[in-house]
Every structure is written in structure tokens, then in C-alpha cells.
Design a protein around this ligand. Structure first.
Ligand code: AMP
Length: 280
């Protein structure tokens, strides 16, 4: 497995692969790899060859008061995990390599960045869309693997690739969870033992909603209220939002639409901002 830090070198390698008729699979990450990321790499191996894992803590997707500085950076351990999972190339550029002096271009989506995390993280999805476009153009993948854990991100990037005619297929992998239901996240490292014990209430709320939906409740307000009650029983959790939107367009739903409903939440638990979701 090679570790490449330079954009020029990565892009030259990607062009060689393309000329040789190979089907590159890309897994974009910010590192601090856990079993969720490893599952993405394993899926990428089924879908393409070679597999490129990018590791880049992207400064432009963090707000001024967010955790860019504190975000865990564990490149050596990440490379070991990537190698063990069968990655061919780790692409780990520096911020200056991706955004050299004078950098100006941005990619922005008109509507899908507005709901859910949009108001809580101004500029976040512009940063995500821009860096992922750049990663697509640097690594030239035919397929890219993302987690449904970041559902708004995945839906928005799929839209972006279609809108911009980028010849890449986006594949989503279901959220990988700890035994108690907590979605795996690099940010779980911020939790104290007490907060870690409280955090599974997020998924319990989503599960309670899903159970009520299975029993026939379809009214969004009732379903959301029920999930919030379950989450808010845990005093260490401060919910930012818990919303029900369509998967296709991320528009608010008044009643559940089977096969097209995303219930997503974000919450503060101590220093950590955690997100989770279910699809019905
Ligand atoms: P991150 O490093 O957190 O930016 O995540 C990189 C990719 O891994 C994104 O596509 C995430 O959606 C995905 N991912 C993160 N956590 C999980 C998880 N618990 N299960 C599945 N995919 C995940």
C-alpha cells in the first residue's frame, strides 16, 4: 500500500489507472478510522479496483467555533487499518496542498444544504461539496463509497455528482453501530464515560419512532414528539433538531411516506456534536 501526499502524484497515478481501464473506488474520510470506515473500504473492494482511501481533515467544512483543531489525527494507525482492510493507496494531502494560496473555487448546492444540519453549520456543506468534488477530480473514481450515517451529506453529494455530470457512482453503506446502538463516529472519542453511557438514547429515540411507525402511526408531529420524549429523558443530551424529511429532496414531511422518509437528528453531548438517522 502506498501513501501519497501530493495532488500531482495522486492525479498522475489516477490517470494511469484510467488509461489502463481500471475502475477506481474512492472512500473519502477524515481519518481516525473505526469499524464504520473499514466497512466502507470492504464495500469499495467489492465495487472497484484499485481502492483509494482519502484522509483529509477538511478545514473549510468546519465553522470557526467547531472542532477542527481538536479533531483526532491518527495517520499512522489509520494507515495500518487501511492496509489491513486491503486499501491500495492512502491519499493524505495537507490543507495547503488542497487549498494553495489564492484558492477561490467553491461548489454549492441550492436547496439540500438548507434543512437539518444546514442552519446549525453554516457553510459546512459548501466545504464538503467542494472538497469531495476536488477528491473526485484528483482520484478519478468510477465509484465512491459513503456512509448513510451522514445521510444529508450522502444525498446531497449524490445530487451534486448527477447535477455536475461527474462520471462516478455513489454507493451508501448502512450505519455501523456499537453494541448498545450508538452510531460509530470519530467524535465519540470526545465523550466522558458518563456521556458515553447517555449517548445511546439518540438511537433509542429513533428506534421508538420506527416501532410506532410500524404499528401504523404516520403523523410526523406525533412521531417526532415520541422520539424527542425518548431522547430527552437523558439530561446529558441537548437535541439540536429531530426532523422528518423526504429522502429524495430533503423536504419536510407531514406524514410518513414509506420508502422515502429520513428521520435525522443532531445533538450535543458534552463536547461532542453527534448525528444519527433512520430511513423508513
Ligand atoms: P468521516 O471520517 O467521519 O468524515 O466519515 C467518512 C465516511 O465514513 C463518511 O462517508 C461517513 O458517512 C462514513 N461513516 C462514518 N461513520 C460511519 C458509521 N458508523 N457507519 C457507516 N459509515 C460511517
Amino acid at each position: 500500500m502506498d501513501v501519497i501526499h501530493s495532488v500531482r502524484e495522486m492525479q498522475a497515478r489516477a490517470l494511469e489507472w484510467l488509461r489502463a481501464g481500471r475502475r477506481t473506488a474512492l472512500v473519502p474520510t477524515m481519518g481516525a478510522l473505526h469499524r464504520g470506515h473499514v466497512t466502507l473500504i470492504e464495500r469499495a473492494k467489492q465495487l472497484g479496483d484499485p481502492v483509494v482511501l482519502s484522509i483529509f481533515v477538511n478545514p473549510t467544512q468546519f465553522g470557526p467555533n467547531e472542532d477542527f483543531g481538536a479533531y483526532p489525527r491518527t495517520l499512522e494507525a489509520d494507515c495500518e487499518a487501511a492496509r489491513a482492510a486491503g486499501t491500495d493507496v492512502v491519499f493524505a494531502p495537507s490543507p495547503a496542498e488542497i487549498y494553495p494560496a489564492g484558492y477561490q473555487a467553491q461548489v454549492e448546492l441550492e436547496g439540500m444544504a438548507a434543512p437539518l444540519c444546514g442552519p446549525w453549520r453554516p457553510g459546512h456543506f459548501r466545504g464538503v461539496a467542494t472538497v469531495v468534488t476536488k477528491l473526485f477530480l484528483i482520484t478519478l473514481p468510477r465509484v465512491a463509497v459513503f456512509g448513510w450515517k451522514d445521510a444529508q451529506q450522502f444525498i446531497l453529494l449524490r445530487r451534486m455528482a448527477a447535477d455536475l455530470n461527474i462520471p462516478v457512482e455513489l454507493v451508501g453503506v448502512e450505519t455501523i453501530r456499537e453494541a448498545d446502538g450508538l452510531a460509530m463516529s470519530s467524535r465519540n472519542k470526545y465523550l466522558t464515560p458518563e456521556q458515553r453511557a447517555a449517548a445511546p438514547a439518540l438511537y433509542r429515540g429513533l428506534k421508538a419512532l420506527a416501532t410506532a411507525a410500524e404499528s401504523g402511526e404516520r403523523d410526523a408531529r406525533s412521531l417526532i414528539a415520541l422520539a424527542k420524549r425518548e431522547v430527552e429523558r437523558e439530561p446529558l443530551i441537548r437535541l439540536e433538531y429531530l426532523d422528518m424529511v423526504s429522502i429524495g429532496r430533503l423536504e419536510p414531511l407531514l406524514t410518513l411516506e414509506r420508502g422515502n422518509t429520513l428521520i435525522a437528528l443532531a445533538a450535543r453531548v458534552g463536547q461532542a456534536r453527534l448525528i444519527d438517522n433512520v430511513r423508513l
